[in-house]
Design a binder for this molecule. Sequence first.
Ligand code: ADP
Ligand code: ZN
Length: 520
Amino acid sequence: MSQPTAQSVLASVFGYDAFRGQQADIIDHVVAGGDALVLMPTGGGKSLCYQIPALVRPGVAVVVSPLIALMADQVAALQQLGVAAAYLNSTLDAESQTAIERDVANGTLDIVYIAPERLLQPRTLNLLQRASVSLFAIDEAHCVSQWGHDFRPEYRQLAMLAEQFPNVPRMALTATADLPTRAEIVERLGLENAAHYLHSFDRPNIQYRVAERGNAKQQLADFIDREHPGQAGIVYCLSRRKVEDTAEWMTQAGHTALPYHAGLSPAMRAHHQSRFLREEGVIICATVAFGMGIDKPDVRFVAHLDLPASIEAYYQETGRAGRDGEPATAWMLYGLGDAVQRRRMIEQGAAVEDRKRVERAKLDAMLAYCEIASCRRVNLLGYFGEDRDTACGNCDTCLNPPETYDATRYARIALSAIYRTGQRFGTGYVIDHLRGAHSDRARELGHDALSTAGIGDDLSAKQWRSIIRQLIALGYIRVEQAYGGLQLAPGCRALLRGEQTLELRVDRSGKRSRRAIKKE
Ligand code: ADP
Ligand code: ZN
């Protein structure tokens, strides 16, 4: 029996006439028995990269995926195309399980999806040893990385596939591909000899925007009404409470908005998800619990009402917009409180110190992204190891370049005020001090007599908040965890000594006060 070619399978089974991007190269390499690391953004077409080799190579392909909830759908879609596909996970009854195991052993299946914890069971490994396995495709491979946000300990044990099945090609696929994660996937999954296929992570049809948070609900309503009325979108919030609130408020405002978070019953979650997928113009208000593996092509916007934990999370969440290639918007609100809240979550979290260090570094990168005055896409792609030197023309900083000003003097004043008041007080106190609005407490402490008292009264409280927010994001000021006190960070020395100047951006929403910022 002669093998079908990749090209003929593409046409006869999937009904497509051409491969996209690097699909053809990846498929050829794996069909020939090579290992591969495939980094491709969501919607890029990763599935075909293992589904076609599965049909071309003799034997059954094992697809490892943590997304149990999606397996049934994926398998049903393949079966519709006439592919002999099945899945093994905890949702099956004993009888169906036995039937599928028999098919695997007999070699009548082309593809079997298996949850990692199931794969690792001796019973399953035994079965696969007896069967003829054509390839292992490890989907969502970033789950092996502690740097990643979806770390799954079972994924670590997949390293043994290399030893137990030395002659079976293995491929790891993921849409999360910053450099640390990439290195960890290679190391942890024994992919030292794998060919790397790095697709560009650019999603040119997504417009990236960050706005300073004011009245968040009103801002969100304006954004949707003006730019995406009646269209499908996802609104991400940090807490379940806020998800509920937002969904309720948006429903009252006349939208079809449904909540989704881990605190809802599985039935309700499934119901809301299916309405989002099947009806038009549904807005899902969700925590990050929503979205992994969701394939809805016409999501026109993804809004973040709270700061994501990392660039990877942000990229993955915003990546759910515009999969059909049509224009879409990634819109985020950001304010001073975000940095403080996120830091507190890290410090108060249960993670070990090493993990916290990773999380702090990720948060810093996220904050820097929010504050940059240059192209956001260049910054994002740079984070994924893609160097671009031209601005994109489709992000807010490109479309509407932020005005910047020399904030050296103000930054130094703020740092001195923090230092002189003892590095114990929060933003509000420091701003009052700078503006000469001394409370009884401040007088008691003698702060009204310090040289920095009232020295910044030429700026509004709002302008000072903007400056302090940027100084935190840029790493000049640190926020002490327990009480939110501002402290000097080591990086501020050069600035205090007058060895460095600092440009900050003028906040857009502070247009009126812009003129008040005098250039020295
Ligand atoms: P990913 O897993 O990378 O997020 P998918 O594999 O789900 O992406 O593919 C995204 C969409 O693109 C799917 O609807 C798929 O059918 C389609 N697709 C993939 N490759 C091709 C191709 N060569 N030609 C046409 N459509 C494709
Ligand atoms: Zn840009």
